[in-house]
Design a protein around this ligand. Sequence first.
Ligand code: AHM
Ligand code: MG
Length: 336
Amino acid sequence: MVKNTATSVVTIERYIIEQERLYPEATGELSGILYDLALASKMIANKVRLAGLADILGAQGTDNVQGEAQQKLDVISNDIIKKAVDHGGRLCAMASEEEDDMILIPDHFKRGKYCLLFDPLDGSSNIDVNVPVGTIFSVLKKTSPGVEAQLSDLLQPGYKQVAAGYVIYGSSTMLVYTTGQGVHGFTLDPSIGEFLLSHPDMRIPASGRYLSVNEAYEQHWTEPVRALIRRYRGMDGKRAAMNGRYIGSLVADFHRNLLGGGLFAYPANTKSPKGKLRLLYECNPLAFICEQAGGAAIDGTQRILDIQPTELHQRSPYFIGSKNDVDIAVEMLRAP
Ligand code: AHM
Ligand code: MG
């Protein structure tokens, strides 16, 4: 008898449908948003892969070989995502790192009950040096009455997220998402153009190996933050030293630490008292994923997902990663 050695191939579409069946009340709208984002990320992956050829095919700010003006990749990615999701009747509003104001769904499309917040291409300054970049997204449910979205629909604390995810455009393209039932990772098979389940039920180790922080800002940190980083580096003898790993591309740094364990920090400093990272479309979605994987995320004094946002592009200090390592930050950054 021939032994069947074929492993089952699970596409992201099949996985999302199977997850949706667990909820008899589900309408399929959230699944639709996730499919659309998977499609958008395949299109962005395609653009990112050709980025190194910009000088040959036409540099940014110049005309390409067809005589069309070239756009920056983060602007292109922003447009790709908006066009992939605006017509499905599932969203009522969006917000993007690339746009100052709330983005409303055009009048000629049906409005839905969800809001999408995203950073279309985080770390895009790294593209010129061939470092991984990423897309980050967060989905919230509209809470205001009526069809028109209000700013308050977007300014909800992170614990209200119904889905969140990121895409890393690295040596392979991966999409990782959660809808609050664990964290699922898919790798793009470019030969068939499908995301395939490669990392089911992702869990972050309880304590980590990697410390990711931009140490060039040390002179601008507060003393408690300096002491905390010294602790992670094993300098006060109270903890084994972690290995320093900082790419400077949030999705790539987070993804490595999710798999290998560790802590990513972007503390407040005297030059940027709120840190750099944006709460709604950088910190919240990764915090939701991290908690779902067994990790934690704080701003230094409180859980990221509990922060009530007041502005679309609000920044927050950020400490995210393995639970035991974040607990050290909770203890050492606690107000005296
Ligand atoms: P961006 O949204 O303008 O791309 O900036 C966000 C990026 C993150 O990917 C990364 O974690 C951080 O900036 C790095 O900042 P720094 O160079 O200050 O360490
Ligand atoms: Mg960003």
